[in-house]
Design a protein around this ligand. Structure first.
Ligand code: GAL
Length: 752
């Protein structure tokens, strides 16, 4: 049976080019030990130069093989490496991969030794490569460098299974048919005598299956096998609220002996755009409400492992109440997509690129990227459309005929989309994608030019906003997003809209605010929410959690921002607002201004309850909101005047890590008062210490921005306790503890 081993641990790395760095014997004194995912350069969260990571580096991994793998086929699978990786085994060049967003694999079998040590070496070029998408011109995001996704060693029998594609051609009320298409790769000289079994599981129970026998499968060849109609009775449908997942287990027997097994997760669901332009999931129209996501994190760029990738999907689904995400502008980490499947979050995934189209060889690489994206991700039920046009590029008839054709050939079940900003642009895809920034601040979208249409971006640079900006601006930003979603929800002929964007991101100097951040997110780069995040959250269904949020800071000089308006974002039916215990009003959602939203905001004006705008106030001054559903009180929030520093609140997103040397979680540090309210003007210095089996990733000392900021804590290779302490002369101290547990996955035996 196949074995897939973790190949992430114990690499040696040097941040420079080395002559003949692939040689088995090499002076490695200038290499240091690292574990993957890895960035070639840790950076401050802003104010750094992109040239800091644009260099060539080398990675090396020494390993030995188990004798039981003799006679097997060995492959190394890279999740991705930015940007051009040349891979060597024992000094032999295996090949080169161009482009940092797609996976690549090389076969090692013929060059490895079972008697001694092996060295896998990677020369990684992270300079700006204008010959490879997305580069060519300047792009509005940074690429960073590193082997920043997982690496695996795949050990398979010479007669093995290849890629598996699963579709669900028929879905009726009480049954569905599942089609499983797979490959048998016979790398032997003998014809195979094959039995292949496909078994479908739901919730651990076998629910259907089929078997095929194939006598004399050709030697040295790949043969396609299909199970066109496996019937599943009473199928559990993948939907936004019930994202049921099935597993297909394929077992291959050669000459009566089981030799390979693969597992593939899939979902049973139908997608379509109807004749009026609506998107339908399982036959029912769903208005798409989304945001764009860059897979970028502070300090480490894209080198963030599975845990935080998965966490981002949870943030998008629950904290931002979305039903879809656009993976702007490239295929994203597979663990992010896995989590979207598990949560019921639809995904628009697109090929790498930004505005620029290069020459013929550039286009060929783009086609390769598109192929790899679809081949890698075709079984994700969350993906509902493929982006086959370089984001915001000019028309290019021949190129886009080809990308569309390729996508349809590789996946006849999903439509294609192309995202443009041109007014008049050739519409070659199935869905028209339009980045519509024109009148966003006036709360407008243009009428869709074609059907079906999705507004793939809005707002972004039209209204950048830092989390530490004043309340007036933060409130306006949230209201702008609410207005555009209101328009989108009111246009039945528009399938939906995704705002720019979910999280602030690092970019080139030429974009954003000049400090290498585009502050376009509804959350900052640390995933700390701005008010607009609560607008999105409040649109979620009550079954995903009641939301009630007063978008307002409360400080003695109450009029300095925001005037007399208090906006409450909530999915309740009625909200009461109290100032100092006195009722300001009991209100319905503001359906006058936002008639189309699932959950319009609640807008209150102070009346005469608000003190006269200039203190002194009692320290117990408060604003309280109470939310009701069916006349029942379901939520309450109280904001007191921001008080004086009490302590530093230190929290972690996860209290357990895996001791694989790369697993990380976020550590949020907040200066709070005695009511645990963040002090919005606290911009002081905080010193951090980590004790035990963890390492700090990020700035230390750290300067708070509007009372808070985050770093990450990374597990070492040794399981144990980790304690993080934060200290500030002004804001006090705080600490948090977590632990790391042993890495259970089998790793490739390391010899140095
Ligand atoms: C768009 C572009 C995005 C981002 C955004 C900023 O034109 O597609 O990648 O740059 O502008 O608002």
């Amino acid at each position: 049976m196949r074995e897939i081993l973790n190949f992430n641990t114990d690499w040696l790395f040097t941040a420079e080019d080395v002559e003949n760095g692939e040689r088995q014997e090499l002076d490695e004194r200038f290499f240091c030990k690292v574990h993957l995912p890895h960035t070639t350069m840790e950076l401050p969260h802003h104010y750094f130069s992109e040239t800091a990571y644009q260099f060539i580096s080398w990675y090396r991994r020494h390993f030995v093989l188990e004798q039981s793998w003799r006679g097997k086929k060995l492959w190394v699978d890279f999740g991705a490496a930015m940007s051009v990786a040349t891979v060597y085994i024992n000094g032999h060049r295996l090949g080169e991969n161009k482009g940092g967003y797609v996976p690549f694999s090389f076969e090692l079998t013929d060059y490895v030794s079972f008697d001694g040590e092996n060295v896998l070496a990677v020369r990684l070029d992270s300079t700006r490569r204008n010959d490879i998408p997305p580069e060519g011109n300047i792009v509005d995001y940074l690429l960073f460098g590193g082997i920043y996704r997982d690496v695996r060693l795949r050990i398979v029998h010479p007669v093995n299974l290849g890629r598996t594609v699963i579709t669900t051609p028929r879905i009726a009320d009480d049954f569905a048919t599942v089609s499983v298409l797979t490959e048998i790769c016979n790398h032997t000289e003998a014809p195979g005598d094959i039995t292949i079994q496909a078994e479908l599981f739901f919730d651990g129970q076998s629910v259907a299956g089929a078997t095929k026998e194939l006598a004399a499968v050709l030697s040295q060849s790949t043969t396609q096998v299909s199970f066109p109609e496996i019937k599943v009775n009473n199928p559990k449908i993948w939907d936004l609220n019930t994202p049921h997942l099935y597993k297909a287990v394929l077992t291959l027997e050669n000459a009566g002996k089981p030799v390979d097994r693969t597992e593939q997760i899939f979902g049973i669901r139908s997608i379509a755009f109807n004749e009026t332009g609506q998107f339908c999931l399982n036959g029912k129209p769903v208005k798409l409400r989304g945001l764009n996501r860059h897979q970028m994190f502070p300090y480490v760029g894209q080198a963030m492992g599975r845990r935080m990738q998965r966490k981002d999907a949870e943030i998008l689904k629950y904290d931002l109440g979305l039903n879809f995400v656009r993976t702007s502008h490239y295929p994203q980490d597979p663990s992010f997509l896995d989590r979207c499947d598990e949560l019921g979050l639809l995904v628009l995934e697109e090929l790498p690129g930004w505005q620029f189209i290069g020459d013929a060889s550039w286009k060929e690489i783009a086609m390769e990227h598109l192929t790899k994206m679809i081949e890698r991700d075709v079984n994700h039920p969350s993906i509902f459309v493929w982006g086959v046009r370089i984001n915001e590029s000019q028309d290019d008839h021949d190129f886009y005929v080809k990308t569309n054709f390729l996508a349809h050939k590789l996946d006849p079940t999903r439509p294609t989309i192309g995202t443009r900003f041109l007014d008049k642009s050739e519409f070659l895809e199935d869905v028209y994608g339009f980045n519509d920034f024109r009148d966003n601040v006036a709360g407008k979208l243009s009428l869709p030019r074609y059907q079906p249409s999705i507004v793939t971006e809005y707002m972004g640079h039209m209204f950048p906003i830092r989390r530490f900006d004043n309340d007036t601006r933060l409130m306006q930003h949230a209201a702008n997003h609410a207005s555009i979603q209101n328009v989108s929800h009111g246009l039945p002929e528009l399938a939906g809209a995704s705002g720019w964007c979910a999280f602030d991101y690092n970019t080139h100097y030429n974009f954003g605010s000049g400090d290498h951040i585009c502050y376009h997110g509804v959350m900052d780069i640390f995933r700390i929410p701005k008010y607009a995040a609560y607008f999105y959250q409040s649109q979620r269904e009550v079954s995903d959690g009641v939301v009630l949020f007063i978008a307002r800071r409360v400080v003695p000089s109450i009029y300095e921002d925001g005037g007399d308006t208090i906006t409450v974002y909530s999915n309740c039916q009625k909200v009461e607002l109290f100032i100092n215990g006195d009722l300001v009003g009991r209100q319905n959602p503001d359906r006058v201004q936002y008639p189309n939203l699932p959950h319009p905001p609640f807008t209150f004006h102070k009346g005469n309850q608000w003190p006269n705008g200039y203190g002194p106030y009692n320290r117990d001054f408060s604003i309280r909101a109470v939310g009701y559903i069916h006349s029942e009180k379901v939520a309450e929030q109280v904001l007191f005047l921001e008080g004086e520093p009490d302590c530093l609140q230190v929290t972690v997103d996860h209290d357990e890590l895996i001791a694989d040397g790369a697993d990380m979680t976020r550590v949020l540090i907040q200066a709070v008062d005695k009511n645990k309210q963040t002090l919005s003007l606290a911009n002081g210095i905080v010193s951090l210490t980590v004790q035990g089996e963890g390492q700090l990733v990020g700035e230390n000392p750290l300067v708070l921005e509007a009372g808070q900021l985050a770093v990450y804590v990374k597990a070492t290779r040794v399981p144990g306790e980790i304690a993080i302490q934060a200290y500030s002369k002004t804001f006090g101290s705080g600490m948090v503890k977590l632990k790391s547990t042993e890495l259970k996955e089998k790793t490739v035996p390391c010899s140095r």
